[in-house]
Design a protein around this ligand. Structure first.
Ligand code: GLU
Length: 310
């Protein structure tokens, strides 16, 4: 990768990205099973870049907290791999794109309770179960991990959002019961789903998320020391590239060419290996569940900078 961070200057470029991509009219959707997400104004748009050199560039609503939802799955995977020297987790979850919706039940039934990857809901429930064996409140451990990595006390649980999602969690409970039935869940289905929903409810800003994700771009080195080894960081990036954008990972790789992880709160965390972590947020989603304006902005940014793993 030949592009440098200062050519052209990143700050003005991000300002221009915000001007070009902040939604001007309402389009796209919000997830029906998390009512609180529908209340976020459609024209929110923020972007932040945290570099391995220690700089942070941000523009738009980059300091407004939003619901990280499935972006949490990247961090819980890193936390699980950190304590999984025997590789036991990988006998319980695969590393293949699913080609189905993030909360699909069909594939789990056909494939005997082994989720396709850790970034679909079934896979994240297995990761949560794995974490809960050593740390019963895995969501609290995640919150403290994120606060440590972002260097701020900023991240917090949206208790009301978690409660409202939990009361609409029939599908995640069904996935957990399937996993349990196939012997791939050790805690109760209810306990795992409750913990998982709280992980998803964490509120963070683009700046905080970019800083928290930087270890993935920096050979596993985080704000407080090594988070994962260099090869684990590379592997997590590979799973992001192939599985991080729901059933649109191929399209995102084509348009952006970088590993990313999306959440239905409208956030996308993207890694430029060796350079930086990027977080973009705009709440309205396309048909696959990815931020409409966020995906377009990242395609634009990668075109302007030349940042790509290809
Ligand atoms: N809490 C959401 C769910 O389980 C997360 C979905 C997502 O962001 O992909 O449905």
């Amino acid at each position: 990768m030949t592009t440098t961070l200062d050519a052209p200057p990143l700050g003005p470029m991000l300002d221009d990205i915000v001007r070009s991509h902040r939604p001007q009219r309402e389009a796209g959707s919000v997830p029906a099973h998390i009512p609180s997400l529908a209340a976020v104004p459609f024209n929110r748009f923020g972007i932040a870049v945290a570099t391995a050199a220690g700089e942070v560039f941000a523009s738009g609503d980059a300091d407004v907290p939003f619901s990280i939802q499935s972006i949490s799955k990247v961090f819980t995977l890193a936390m699980a791999l950190r304590r999984d020297s025997s590789g036991a987790l990988w006998s319980r979850v695969l590393r293949e794109p699913s080609g189905t919706a993030f909360n699909s039940l069909v594939q789990l039934e056909v494939e005997h309770g082994i989720p396709r990857n850790p970034f679909i809901n079934a896979g994240a429930l297995v990761v949560t179960d794995h974490l809960m064996e050593e740390t019963p409140d895995a969501a609290a451990a995640l919150l403290s991990f994120l606060s440590g990595q972002s260097g701020q006390a900023g991240p917090f649980f949206d208790v009301a959002a978690a409660a409202s999602e939990l009361s609409n969690s029939s599908r995640n409970l069904a996935l957990a019961h399937f996993l349990k039935n196939f012997g791939n869940l050790r805690q109760s289905a209810e306990a795992v789903v409750e913990n998982y929903v709280r992980q998803c409810s964490i509120m963070m800003t683009c700046v905080e998320l970019a800083k928290a994700g930087l270890f993935l771009a920096d050979d596993g080195r985080g704000a407080l020391g090594t988070v994962v080894s260099r090869s684990e960081a590379k592997r997590i990036g590979s799973i992001m590239l192939t599985c991080g954008m729901y059933d649109a990972a191929g399209e995102f790789a084509y348009r952006v060419g970088l590993p990313g992880k999306s959440g239905v709160g409208g956030g996308i965390l993207v890694i430029v290996p060796g350079h930086c972590a990027i977080c973009v947020w705009s709440p309205r989603l396309d048909a696959k569940g990815n931020s409409l304006a966020g995906s377009a902005a990242l395609a634009d940014l990668s075109d302007r900078t030349g940042w790509s793993v290809f």
